[in-house]
Ligand binder design. Structure first.
Ligand SMILES: NC(=O)c1ccc[n+]([C@@H]2O[C@H](COP(=O)([O-])OP(=O)(O)OC[C@H]3O[C@@H](n4cnc5c(N)ncnc54)[C@H](OP(=O)(O)O)[C@@H]3O)[C@@H](O)[C@H]2O)c1
Length: 309
């Protein structure tokens, strides 16, 4: 079968950056897939596939999924899309649901993700969030072994505090954590201020999830809007593009907005080129109302102990 070598066909607009300390280059803006749900009609899945394809063609080649999303449906839909592209032009991340209790069930879950994605390996495999049901030591044994077996090219975590990240790294025999996927955006700056300096110092990539506050930043408070509007005007862009650009104008940050609608997707891709001034970046550090907690993250919607993040 003739696969789409999209980089020959489309002028790539997407900037790529180094992943952690590796030699890997990853698109600074990728594609989130949390919204691919179970039991939807055909049109829902077709629209998702269209968006994912368009995103790939615009260079948003990092696709983020998880076994948790739509109970595996997200991985399946991603798999159906990526089979038409050259594997080495894509960067696929998926995540281990931390409700698996034992080494064996975690391993089984990892290979089930591969099957749904139709891949021999993923590029990055993450622990979705820390669990109190099983130890970080056991989880890291799984990650070390998956890396050795070639199930994944790189490993990382998500929703881990710096302390948990360091502990996880210390349990790894061979592997190195290259990434922590964290909730970060102009309204939720906790990780920008508390964790990012650590990741910058240690050459680890921070993937900012929910860069548009999960709902597209449609009802922002006045304080934020008043700061965003003139900057958006200055860059001839939308406030959402500025919000995405703000994240990736920080060293070591990449992001994965989710966009079902093509106009959102295309707009997000263009944000990669927005270069904000130091003043435009730091103006958001001075917001009056900052949500510094993490109460809407996927992790806190579950019954696991998530009190530390
Ligand atoms: N590791 C974790 O625990 C974790 C937690 C949450 C999310 N994530 C990952 O991060 C991804 C992104 O986060 P998210 O899904 O929470 O939300 P998000 O990307 O912050 O926001 C998505 C919402 O913004 C809208 N939108 C997208 N681009 C827009 C634009 N240019 N202008 C206006 N509205 C726009 C989308 O609309 P349409 O979809 O209708 O186009 C959707 O309603 C997820 O999909 C998932 O892959 C990971």
């Amino acid at each position: 079968m003739n696969k789409n070598k999209f980089s020959d066909k489309f002028p790539l607009i997407m900037r790529k950056v180094q992943l952690g300390k590796t030699k890997e280059k990853i698109s600074v803006i990728g594609q989130g897939t949390w919204g691919i749900k179970q039991r939807k009609d055909k049109a829902h899945y077709e629209q998702w596939k269209k968006s994912l394809r368009r995103g790939i063609e615009l260079g948003m080649t990092h696709i983020d999924t998880a076994e948790f999303y739509g109970h595996g449906i997200s991985e399946k839909v991603v798999g159906e899309v990526i089979k038409d592209y050259e594997r080495d032009e894509l960067f696929i991340t998926t995540k281990l649901f931390p409700m698996h209790l034992r080494y064996k069930s975690m391993k089984r879950a990892a290979y089930k993700s591969l099957k749904r994605l139709g891949l021999n390996n993923v590029d990055l495999y993450l622990i979705h969030w820390p669990s109190t049901l099983t130890s970080i030591r056991t989880q890291m044994k799984v990650m070390d072994d998956l890396l050795n077996e070639g199930m994944t090219r790189y490993i990382g975590v998500s929703n881990f505090s710096v302390e948990q990240f360091e502990k996880a790294q210390s349990y790894l025999k061979k592997g190195e954590l290259v990434n922590n996927q964290l909730h970060a955006n102009i309204k939720r700056q906790k990780h920008i201020h508390k964790s990012l300096p650590y990741y910058q110092k240690n050459g680890i990539t921070l993937t900012a999830y929910s860069p548009l506050g999960h709902r597209g930043f449609t009802n922002l408070n006045r304080d934020i809007r008043e700061k965003l509007n003139p900057i958006a005007k200055n860059h001839n862009s939308t406030i959402q593009q500025v919000a995405i650009a703000w994240l990736i104008n920080h060293e070591n940050i990449i992001t994965i907005p989710k966009a079902f609608h093509l106009e959102h997707l295309e707009s997000n891709a263009q944000a990669a080129d927005i270069k904000l001034s130091q003043n435009e970046i730091s103006i958001f550090y001075k917001l009056k109302i900052l949500e510094l907690d993490d109460t809407s993250s996927e992790a806190t919607k579950n019954t696991l102990n998530t009190s530390s993040f």
